[in-house]
Design a protein around this ligand. Structure first.
Ligand code: GAP
Length: 478
């Protein structure tokens, strides 16, 4: 393994080990040996994902007048996927090794060996010299298309007429319901329909932890616009979406835009930009924002024989709206937030003067210092917002007072109760799950009603009474 790969692996290994230890992410069906490409989110992971979905829904749907929501079924009429092009075209070219029977994505296999998959009249071809990366054999099949949709059967008979698919994207549910939403929502073009939900792709090579999974969640917006205004709306949504990523704690310098060139665009698209995050394994896509013209609605019009036209009262004309589609993945955003939040630092032990120092993996802390792992989530994304600690668990008046604070805070934010262990260890446990604030109730609280509020990032401690505490937390946690 190269030094760079080594570092990437250390970073992902440290993160995935914390995620398992602290209940963010588990391997699906782990007790049976797991299943490749599927993941479960534990108590903290599901809160993180909920925060991502809620932030998106709040900002993209509820805070706007021109976007409405939809919750379509996962299994749809199979004609949907013929119209969308997924039955005919949603395929990766694959190569099998005849010697060791391993299967590879043809483009990835070529890329790994510094080559490029060749396009031919009928599909694809491997350039000369490409070998199996598992056993070294050059006895490889020609690239063959492999459809990524999961198939199932609807009803009791498993024949061709009962075939259906688990949706590979949420977008088609929106296009298929375009006319119903238009008729019932009193929206006028330009307007959008948003949906959050599971999508399924039988990925050949699930990898990079949860980054490429076989079951994942999408947050998609189809924003319908007047033909000819695609360019300006596309720019608008790229700008909005970049700002949104910053608002959930991914700093500008960790984000990149990948602008598609003419020959990378689908034949119907006029523009596409990917929002990329700098993961430990390289900059990779979180979201694609595409101007798709009238391709999707026109195809459904053609296949369903139902009109997808919009009557524009201003111009007194009918047209099939064009669409700009910002399409994001919840799991990839969760992974980016986890990568960004993960931090190891050396902090001075109690009573030692000195500031926080950054810690390289494996390095020993200097004298008087200890290592802490801290998840520096933006407060909006933190699964738990506040933790409450009675200084001692065997002093009933302290515990009773602390419960008063706990109940009050729990009414406002997800709050954690921890009465077990030395106070320093309790702080560290909360640091590891990224709780922005800790509130300690001690003997002074019984006398004057003040508590200690500790900030996760600065470790600064201040004394506040209940009103001061609520005011500060409301300001910091929004
Ligand atoms: N409707 C357009 C569409 O589905 P896409 O680029 O294939 O476009 C959109 O997917 C987003 O869905 C991606 O940017 C990514 O965040 C997420 N996504 C796609 N495939 C994924 C996978 N195998 N695992 C996790 N997330 C995935």
């Amino acid at each position: 393994m190269s030094a760079k790969k080594d570092k990437e692996q250390v970073a992902l290994d440290a993160l995935s080990s914390l995620c398992k230890r602290r209940g963010f992410i588990f391997q699906s069906s782990e007790i049976y040996g797991g299943i490749n490409g599927f993941w479960d989110y534990g108590p903290l992971g599901c809160e993180l994902k909920r925060n991502i979905r809620d932030a998106w829904w709040r900002d993209v749907v509820q805070a706007r007048e021109d976007v409405v929501g939809l919750d379509a079924s996962i299994i749809m009429h199979p004609r949907v996927w013929e119209a969308s092009g997924h039955v005919g075209g949603f395929a990766d070219p694959m190569v099998d090794c005849r010697a060791c029977k391993k299967r590879f994505k043809a483009d990835a296999l070529c890329e790994e060996q510094g080559a490029k998959l060749e396009r031919t009249e009928n599909g694809f071809a491997l350039p000369d010299g490409i070998k199996c990366t598992a056993c070294g054999s050059d006895d490889l099949t020609e690239p063959r298309a492999f459809n990524l949709m999961f198939k199932t059967y609807v009803g009791p008979v498993e024949d061709d007429s009962a075939v259906a698919y688990l949706r590979p994207e949420t977008a088609q549910g929106i296009f298929a319901q375009f006319a119903n939403v238009l008729a019932t929502s009193r929206q006028k073009v330009p307007f959008g329909i948003a949906q959050v939900g599971k999508a399924f792709r039988n990925e050949i090579n699930p990898r990079n932890y949860t980054f490429r999974s076989r079951e994942f969640e999408q947050m998609e917006l189809e924003f319908f616009v007047k033909p000819g205004t695609d360019g300006e709306w596309h720019e608008y949504w790229v700008t909005e979406r970049m700002k949104w990523y910053e608002s959930i704690g991914l700093p500008k310098q960790t984000l990149e835009r990948y602008v598609y060139t003419e020959d990378e665009l689908a034949h119907y698209a006029s523009a596409c930009v990917d929002v990329m995050y700098r993961f430990p394994f390289g900059a990779q896509e979180l979201e694609g924002i595409a101007a798709r013209g009238d391709f999707d609605l026109s195809r459904h019009q053609e296949y369903s024989h139902k009109s997808m036209e919009y009557f524009d009262a201003e111009s007194n004309k009918k047209y099939v709206p064009h669409v700009v589609e910002p399409s994001a993945g919840v799991d990839r955003i969760a992974l980016a937030i986890l990568c960004e939040a993960y931090c190891e630092e050396f902090v001075p032990r109690a009573g030692v003067e000195g500031g926080v120092r950054s810690a390289e993996p494996g390095a020993q802390p200097p004298d008087g210092y200890e290592r802490r792992t801290v998840m520096k989530f933006a407060p909006r994304m933190a699964p738990v917002k506040v933790a409450v600690f009675p200084l001692l668990k065997n002093k009933p008046p302290l515990v009773e007072k602390a419960r008063e604070f706990f109940v009050r805070l729990q009414g406002c934010w997800p709050t954690f109760w921890d009465a077990v262990g030395a106070i320093g260890r309790r702080y560290r446990r909360q640091d590891e799950i990224g709780t922005p604030f800790g509130v300690t109730i001690d003997f002074q609280t019984l006398e004057d009603g003040t508590v200690t509020l500790r900030s996760r990032d600065t470790m600064e401690q201040v004394r506040l009474d209940m009103d001061g505490l609520l005011e500060r937390l409301h300001a910091e946690l929004q």
